[in-house]
Design a protein around this ligand. Structure first.
Ligand code: ADP
Ligand code: MG
Length: 784
């Protein structure tokens, strides 16, 4: 059955090498009760450990059923211990957090016996050792004899061929010892039992063979085997512990220290709570921002101006400022600042683009306004006949939808206070402020008293006339001269060529108006502007000015730069020099005469927040495949504002999460320590598991299961607490900011954080779990 051939075992501690076994040759029968006697330190335990595959011999060979074990791998030894060997120890080595039943069944878990059969087999062996009534007790509720019976039952339950018992009665009183010996002797009827004992009387009474040891050698053998009877081929089933079993084992261990586990889980959940709260707050603020954007900022129109201005507050600008400062400030040199690196982009607003815009549907936009800067010669007759400044009366066009309902935008956003909406291009609408105000300047400009008390109806029918250039500018030799004085203006006003404009209605922004709408003053139809531009372009003064490279009104030459010539103090007295240069460019002058090729500012009002995206995409589509200079850059103030807010919020979130993450690292380390302690505490259990045939992998699994449980608890606890904390946080925030329900935990974030918690705790426990697996089973069993 079992044969030890010239086995040597040495232990080296430091310089000193101890020979525990010095050439052991022993053969054992298939069933016999061999008692090994000998003084302490003679190598008895070492022999048992080697025979049971718990320790490996240094020299010689161990033959199992005639099969050599010199080529055995770890897995073979694990299988051998699990299938063929049952250990009984002096100190019982029961797992204290498992019941009697579970202790017995553990070895069967490893060999993959079905649950039902495990139970019946465990019941049978416990019956046999006389513990039928103590199934659900924990080991510490039993007497010594009873505990040893459990150990015997455990060693028998896998029906091994060999039982190895190391001083099984060493800790028991005489009477109990006798009972245990009788039980073992009975087992030895059909098994090989090798038992180490200190007690020669007991050995003589129960054993069928006694072997005496001294200094690692056999000095006497009462019944040596001459010829070993041939035995059947020996086969082993590999062992493995499922993660589920590992989980159960560790779960039961953890339930014995509920408070400790709870506190650990709570401590390591603090990081999760922190992150979850930060995320839920930023989540809520994000929602708040986008709903604010939806409510308030969707009214901010998209604008396209001839010269696109860069409204992004990007780091590029800050960066250039920084380099000039840091590098050059100490150098004592003067830095030649070439100004902004990039010229502002000039939008080429072509007729094709205007047509493209006119294809935006009423579903997408509520209105569009093409604002021209072109000059008009406005004359009023209110009070006295006078030229009216366009700017002071807020003279501009009103937005219209692309569809047929030309008053749609006004109706949607403005209350009609008196009169009617303008229908034709010779009709004006007066926009008044939210408190019915109009500026005194505007009133004066229209010919009313500074503090005039006007009713709405008094303004309905108010008339202005736009005098065509050909009437307004009279040729005077090579130059032109604007008409002047009441007489001339009156004459031009009365001519049929003067375009009449009449106020038809008074409107005011609706109370809930949230769009950046029209300024106060008189508004005209966009068609009126295009008509006047056409008229201007055909006028004599514009044609003459296009030909001339001097100002046809003053005779001055033009500056080349768009900027105004700066006055130079050295020439202060010689004013005649600078007088010859006109202060505006030719283009500016032509615009003043009403000649304009494209709108100065296009304002697009998306219908609502959802359609705004569609409008922006539509605008982006225009730019596809076009060269940089042909592209149209638009301005989306709302997006600029909110993305700025959003990125500030993102930055704050990242910083706060980083802080909270530090506590995750702390809990990672803590879990490492806790698992290490647990490994220390469960060292004996590791030894027992190994003796029962558990692989190194299974041991790792047991501790991974433990950290998995802690990780799951702390994740669940963290998310739960964070969720509950959002309630008081929301109450406090609502009191402070009047914004309700800001903290909202995103379930996806919650789930992810729980997973992170599990992953981190398992990571923290990884090293100690590995360490546990590497423990020597013999040392583990003798640990205290
Ligand atoms: P016994 O069981 O007969 O009392 P052991 O087999 O336990 O003796 O020990 C045999 C010898 O080997 C002793 O001298 C003991 O000190 C030594 N020994 C046993 N285990 C170890 C070990 N892990 N490391 C070092 N020496 C050991
Ligand atoms: Mg011993």
């Amino acid at each position: 059955m079992l044969e030890l051939k010239n086995i040597y075992k040495h232990y080296t501690t430091g310089e000193f090498t101890q020979t525990a076994l010095a050439g052991i040759n022993l053969k054992f029968r298939k069933s016999e009760f061999a008692a090994i006697l000998g003084p302490s330190g003679s190598g008895k335990t070492t022999l048992l450990n080697i025979a049971g595959g718990l320790a490996q011999y240094d020299e010689g060979d161990l033959l199992i059923n005639g099969q050599s074990t010199t080529t055995f791998k770890d897995a073979d030894w694990d299988a051998y211990r699990n299938n063929s060997v049952g250990f009984i120890f002096q100190s019982y080595n029961l797992i204290t957090h498992l019941s009697v039943m579970d202790n017995v069944m553990m070895g069967m878990d490893l060999s993959g016996v079905a649950k039902g059969e495990q139970k019946s087999r465990a019941l049978a062996v416990l019956e046999r050792v006389g513990l039928r009534d103590h199934l659900h007790k924990k080991p510490n509720q039993l007497s010594g004899g009873q505990m040893q019976r459990v150990a015997i039952a455990r060693s028998l339950v896998n029906d091994p061929d060999i039982i190895l018992a190391d001083e099984p009665t060493g800790a028991l009183d005489t009477k109990t010892s006798e009972q245990i010996m009788a039980l073992i002797a009975e087992i030895a009827h059909d098994k090989l039992v090798i038992m180490v004992t200190h007690n020669p009387e007991l050995a003589a009474e129960y054993a069928t063979r006694t072997i005496e040891f001294r200094d690692g050698q056999v000095v006497h053998d009462s019944a040596p085997v001459e010829v070993l009877e041939p035995t059947h081929d020996y086969q082993m089933r590999r062992t493995s512990m499922s993660f589920w079993n590992a989980l159960k084992l560790s779960g039961k261990n953890i339930t014995t220290k509920k408070w400790r586990t709870g506190l650990i889980a709570f401590a390591s959940s603090i990081g999760i709570i922190g992150i979850a709260l930060v995320l839920s707050l930023s989540n809520g603020f994000d929602k708040q921002i986008s709903s604010a954007e939806n409510d308030t900022l969707s009214g901010y129109p998209i604008t396209i101006s001839k010269v696109a201005t860069n409204t992004s507050f990007g780091p590029r600008r800050l960066g250039t400022e920084e380099t000039t400062e840091t590098e050059d400030r100490d150098s004592q040199l003067i830095y030649a600042d070439k100004g902004a690196e990039e010229e502002p982009h000039e939008n080429q607003i072509s007729p094709a683009f205007l047509t493209y815009l006119s294809q935006l549907t009423d579903e997408q936009i509520s209105g569009i306004n093409r604002g021209y800067n072109s000059g008009l010669n406005l004359v009023r007759r209110q009070a006295e006949t006078q030229v009216v400044n366009q700017d002071t009366i807020g003279f501009a066009s009103y937005p219209t939808p692309n569809g047929s309902d030309q008053q749609g935008f006004l109706k949607e956003n403005y209350d009609l206070l008196a009169g009617a909406y303008p229908k034709s291009e010779d009709e004006l609408i007066l926009v008044i402020g939210e408190n019915n105000q109009l500026s005194s300047e505007l009133l004066v400009s229209l010919g009313f008293a500074e503090d005039a008390q006007l009713t709405f109806d008094q303004l309905i029918g108010y008339q202005l006339k736009a005098i065509p250039n050909d009437e307004f500018y009279q040729p005077a030799g090579a130059y032109f001269k604007a008409i002047q004085g009441e007489e001339q203006l009156k004459a031009a006003y009365e001519k049929p060529s003067a375009k009449s404009l009449k106020v038809t209605g008074v409107i005011r922004g609706k109370e809930d108006l949230e769009i950046a709408g029209l300024s106060e003053g008189l508004k005209y139809a966009q068609e009126f502007a295009t008509e006047m531009i056409e008229l201007a372009q055909n006028s004599a003064i514009v044609k003459a000015q296009q030909e001339a490279d001097y100002n046809v009104l003053t005779g001055e030459s033009f500056t080349t730069e768009a900027s105004q010539p700066e006055s130079d103090h050295r020439m202060g007295s010689g004013a005649s020099l600078s007088a010859a240069v006109s202060s505006i460019t030719k283009d500016q002058l032509l615009t003043k005469f009403g000649d304009s090729d494209s709108p100065e500012l296009i304002t697009i009002y998306p219908k609502d927040f959802a359609t705004k995206e569609a409008v922006l995409t539509y605008l982006d589509d225009w730019n596809k495949g076009k060269s940089e200079s042909e592209q149209i850059e638009y301005n989306d103030l709302a997006a600029t504002l909110t993305s700025l807010m959003g990125s500030v919020l993102d930055a704050i979130t990242i910083v706060l999460v980083a802080f909270a993450a530090i506590s995750l690292v702390v809990s990672l380390i803590m879990i490492g320590i806790i698992t290490y302690i647990s490994v220390m505490e469960r060292t004996r259990e590791i030894g027992v598991l190994r003796a029962l045939g558990a692989r190194k992998k299974d041991i790792t699994r047991v501790f991974n299961a433990e950290t998995f449980i802690i990780g799951t608890c702390s994740g669940a606890l963290g998310i739960g607490i964070a969720y509950l904390l959002t309630i008081p946080v929301n109450i406090v925030l609502e009191n402070l900011t009047e914004m309700a329900n800001i903290a909202q935990l995103n379930p996806v974030h919650g789930l992810l954080l729980a997973l992170v918690s599990i992953a981190l705790t398992m990571l923290g426990g990884m090293l100690p779990a590995r360490m546990a697996a590497k423990k020597d089973p013999v040392e583990a069993l003798s640990a205290d």
